[in-house]
Write a protein that binds this ligand. Sequence first.
Ligand code: SAH
Length: 193
Amino acid sequence: MIKRVISYGHELICHAIQQGESVVDATCGNGNDTIMLSQATGPNGHVYAFDIQLQAIEQTKTRLEESNSSNVTLIHDGHENVDNYLPKELTGKLAGAIFNLGYLPGSDKQIITTPTHTIAAIDKLIDYLKPEGIIVCVVYYGHAGGNDEKNTLLDHLSSFDQKYFQVLQYGFVNQKNNPPFILAIEKKQTSQK
Ligand code: SAH
Protein backbone atom coordinates (compact mmCIF):
# COMPACT_ATOMS: atom_id res chain seq x y z
CA MET A 1 0.00 0.00 0.00
CA ILE A 2 1.17 3.52 -0.75
CA LYS A 3 2.10 5.35 2.45
CA ARG A 4 0.15 8.47 3.30
CA VAL A 5 2.09 11.72 3.30
CA ILE A 6 2.46 12.27 7.06
CA SER A 7 3.40 8.69 7.86
CA TYR A 8 5.87 8.56 4.98
CA GLY A 9 7.50 11.76 6.28
CA HIS A 10 7.85 10.16 9.70
CA GLU A 11 9.25 6.99 8.19
CA LEU A 12 11.86 8.97 6.23
CA ILE A 13 13.10 10.92 9.20
CA CYS A 14 12.98 8.00 11.64
CA HIS A 15 15.06 5.95 9.23
CA ALA A 16 17.80 8.59 9.49
CA ILE A 17 17.75 8.80 13.31
CA GLN A 18 19.51 6.55 15.79
CA GLN A 19 18.88 6.66 19.54
CA GLY A 20 21.19 9.19 21.19
CA GLU A 21 21.32 11.55 18.21
CA SER A 22 20.09 15.15 17.95
CA VAL A 23 17.33 16.48 15.71
CA VAL A 24 15.35 19.68 15.07
CA ASP A 25 11.60 20.22 14.98
CA ALA A 26 11.53 23.53 13.10
CA THR A 27 7.78 24.14 13.64
CA CYS A 28 6.54 22.40 16.76
CA GLY A 29 2.89 23.56 16.33
CA ASN A 30 0.68 21.17 18.29
CA GLY A 31 3.64 19.01 19.30
CA ASN A 32 2.93 15.81 17.34
CA ASP A 33 6.29 15.68 15.62
CA THR A 34 8.14 16.84 18.73
CA ILE A 35 6.86 13.80 20.62
CA MET A 36 7.66 11.47 17.75
CA LEU A 37 11.21 12.88 17.56
CA SER A 38 11.65 12.72 21.33
CA GLN A 39 10.89 9.00 21.22
CA ALA A 40 13.07 8.38 18.17
CA THR A 41 16.13 10.03 19.74
CA GLY A 42 15.59 8.55 23.22
CA PRO A 43 16.85 9.58 26.66
CA ASN A 44 20.41 10.15 25.45
CA GLY A 45 19.34 12.08 22.38
CA HIS A 46 18.06 15.61 22.01
CA VAL A 47 15.31 17.53 20.20
CA TYR A 48 15.55 21.28 19.56
CA ALA A 49 11.97 22.42 18.90
CA PHE A 50 11.12 25.88 17.55
CA ASP A 51 7.95 27.91 17.22
CA ILE A 52 7.25 31.64 17.05
CA GLN A 53 3.84 31.26 18.78
CA LEU A 54 3.75 30.95 22.54
CA GLN A 55 0.52 28.95 22.21
CA ALA A 56 2.39 26.26 20.24
CA ILE A 57 5.28 26.18 22.70
CA GLU A 58 2.88 25.87 25.68
CA GLN A 59 0.83 23.14 24.05
CA THR A 60 3.92 21.17 23.11
CA LYS A 61 5.26 21.59 26.65
CA THR A 62 2.07 20.13 28.12
CA ARG A 63 2.14 17.19 25.73
CA LEU A 64 5.78 16.48 26.50
CA GLU A 65 5.04 16.49 30.23
CA GLU A 66 2.18 14.05 29.67
CA SER A 67 4.49 11.71 27.80
CA ASN A 68 7.35 12.11 30.31
CA SER A 69 9.75 13.41 27.67
CA SER A 70 12.80 15.12 29.09
CA ASN A 71 15.09 15.34 26.06
CA VAL A 72 13.52 18.38 24.37
CA THR A 73 14.58 22.03 24.40
CA LEU A 74 11.61 24.25 23.47
CA ILE A 75 12.68 27.46 21.77
CA HIS A 76 10.27 30.36 21.40
CA ASP A 77 11.99 31.89 18.39
CA GLY A 78 12.04 31.59 14.59
CA HIS A 79 13.77 28.62 12.97
CA GLU A 80 15.75 31.10 10.84
CA ASN A 81 17.78 31.71 14.03
CA VAL A 82 18.53 28.00 14.49
CA ASP A 83 22.28 28.63 14.55
CA ASN A 84 21.90 30.72 17.73
CA TYR A 85 20.68 27.64 19.59
CA LEU A 86 22.40 24.55 18.20
CA PRO A 87 25.83 23.84 19.67
CA LYS A 88 28.64 24.28 17.12
CA GLU A 89 29.83 20.72 17.91
CA LEU A 90 26.65 19.47 16.26
CA THR A 91 27.96 20.57 12.84
CA GLY A 92 27.95 17.50 10.58
CA LYS A 93 26.18 15.40 13.24
CA LEU A 94 22.51 16.42 13.21
CA ALA A 95 20.42 13.38 12.23
CA GLY A 96 17.47 15.28 10.82
CA ALA A 97 14.96 18.12 10.91
CA ILE A 98 11.26 18.40 10.18
CA PHE A 99 9.12 21.33 9.06
CA ASN A 100 5.33 21.54 8.89
CA LEU A 101 4.61 24.56 6.75
CA GLY A 102 1.54 26.78 6.82
CA TYR A 103 -0.52 27.92 9.80
CA LEU A 104 -1.30 26.22 13.08
CA PRO A 105 -4.76 24.58 12.78
CA GLY A 106 -7.25 26.22 15.12
CA SER A 107 -5.09 29.30 15.46
CA ASP A 108 -4.48 32.60 13.62
CA LYS A 109 -4.35 31.84 9.86
CA GLN A 110 -2.25 34.96 9.31
CA ILE A 111 0.66 33.50 11.26
CA ILE A 112 2.30 31.33 8.63
CA THR A 113 5.73 30.05 7.75
CA THR A 114 7.39 32.26 5.12
CA PRO A 115 9.63 31.39 2.17
CA THR A 116 12.47 33.62 3.37
CA HIS A 117 12.58 32.16 6.86
CA THR A 118 12.00 28.56 5.77
CA ILE A 119 14.82 28.75 3.22
CA ALA A 120 17.17 30.53 5.66
CA ALA A 121 16.56 27.74 8.18
CA ILE A 122 17.06 24.94 5.65
CA ASP A 123 20.30 26.48 4.39
CA LYS A 124 21.63 26.68 7.94
CA LEU A 125 20.43 23.19 8.87
CA ILE A 126 22.16 21.47 5.96
CA ASP A 127 25.51 22.52 7.43
CA TYR A 128 24.56 20.78 10.69
CA LEU A 129 23.25 17.65 8.95
CA LYS A 130 25.25 14.43 9.13
CA PRO A 131 25.92 12.46 5.94
CA GLU A 132 22.68 10.57 5.24
CA GLY A 133 20.79 12.93 7.56
CA ILE A 134 17.41 14.11 6.29
CA ILE A 135 15.34 17.29 6.36
CA VAL A 136 11.63 16.60 5.82
CA CYS A 137 9.28 19.46 4.89
CA VAL A 138 5.56 18.76 4.91
CA VAL A 139 4.34 21.43 2.51
CA TYR A 140 0.81 22.70 3.20
CA TYR A 141 -0.02 25.34 0.58
CA GLY A 142 -3.83 25.74 0.43
CA HIS A 143 -3.81 28.99 2.46
CA ALA A 144 -3.08 32.56 1.34
CA GLY A 145 0.68 32.77 0.83
CA GLY A 146 1.02 28.99 0.57
CA ASN A 147 1.55 28.81 -3.18
CA ASP A 148 4.29 31.39 -3.01
CA GLU A 149 6.11 29.42 -0.33
CA LYS A 150 5.66 26.15 -2.22
CA ASN A 151 7.04 27.57 -5.48
CA THR A 152 9.93 29.42 -3.88
CA LEU A 153 10.92 26.32 -1.95
CA LEU A 154 10.67 24.06 -5.01
CA ASP A 155 12.86 26.48 -7.01
CA HIS A 156 15.41 26.69 -4.23
CA LEU A 157 15.67 22.95 -3.58
CA SER A 158 15.80 22.17 -7.32
CA SER A 159 19.08 24.11 -7.42
CA PHE A 160 20.81 21.82 -4.88
CA ASP A 161 23.73 19.98 -6.48
CA GLN A 162 22.75 16.34 -7.03
CA LYS A 163 26.34 15.33 -6.31
CA TYR A 164 25.83 16.28 -2.68
CA PHE A 165 22.09 16.11 -2.06
CA GLN A 166 19.10 14.00 -3.01
CA VAL A 167 15.89 16.02 -3.04
CA LEU A 168 12.62 14.09 -3.08
CA GLN A 169 9.07 15.22 -3.78
CA TYR A 170 6.34 12.84 -2.58
CA GLY A 171 2.62 13.44 -2.83
CA PHE A 172 -0.67 12.41 -4.39
CA VAL A 173 -1.57 14.06 -7.68
CA ASN A 174 -5.27 13.16 -7.78
CA GLN A 175 -6.40 14.47 -4.37
CA LYS A 176 -8.57 17.58 -4.14
CA ASN A 177 -8.09 20.72 -2.03
CA ASN A 178 -4.31 21.12 -2.18
CA PRO A 179 -3.27 18.17 -0.03
CA PRO A 180 0.12 18.49 1.66
CA PHE A 181 3.16 16.88 0.06
CA ILE A 182 6.69 16.16 1.14
CA LEU A 183 9.95 17.72 0.11
CA ALA A 184 12.86 15.84 1.65
CA ILE A 185 16.56 16.62 1.42
CA GLU A 186 19.12 13.92 2.13
CA LYS A 187 22.77 14.85 2.48
CA LYS A 188 24.86 12.36 0.56
CA GLN A 189 28.02 10.74 1.94
CA THR A 190 30.00 12.67 -0.66
CA SER A 191 28.76 16.06 0.52
CA GLN A 192 31.42 18.74 0.98
CA LYS A 193 29.12 20.81 3.17
N1 SAH B 1 -0.23 23.23 8.38
C1 SAH B 1 0.15 22.23 9.33
C2 SAH B 1 0.64 22.82 10.61
C3 SAH B 1 1.67 23.89 10.40
S1 SAH B 1 2.04 24.56 11.92
C4 SAH B 1 -1.07 21.31 9.64
O1 SAH B 1 -2.15 21.62 9.17
O2 SAH B 1 -0.89 20.33 10.36
C5 SAH B 1 3.22 25.74 11.49
C6 SAH B 1 3.82 26.31 12.73
O3 SAH B 1 4.96 27.04 12.32
C7 SAH B 1 2.91 27.27 13.51
O4 SAH B 1 2.77 26.83 14.83
C8 SAH B 1 3.68 28.60 13.42
O5 SAH B 1 3.58 29.36 14.61
C9 SAH B 1 5.10 28.14 13.19
N2 SAH B 1 5.99 29.11 12.56
C10 SAH B 1 5.72 30.03 11.62
N3 SAH B 1 6.85 30.70 11.28
C11 SAH B 1 7.84 30.17 12.04
C12 SAH B 1 9.24 30.45 12.15
N4 SAH B 1 9.84 31.39 11.41
N5 SAH B 1 9.95 29.72 13.02
C13 SAH B 1 9.37 28.74 13.78
N6 SAH B 1 8.05 28.45 13.72
C14 SAH B 1 7.30 29.16 12.85
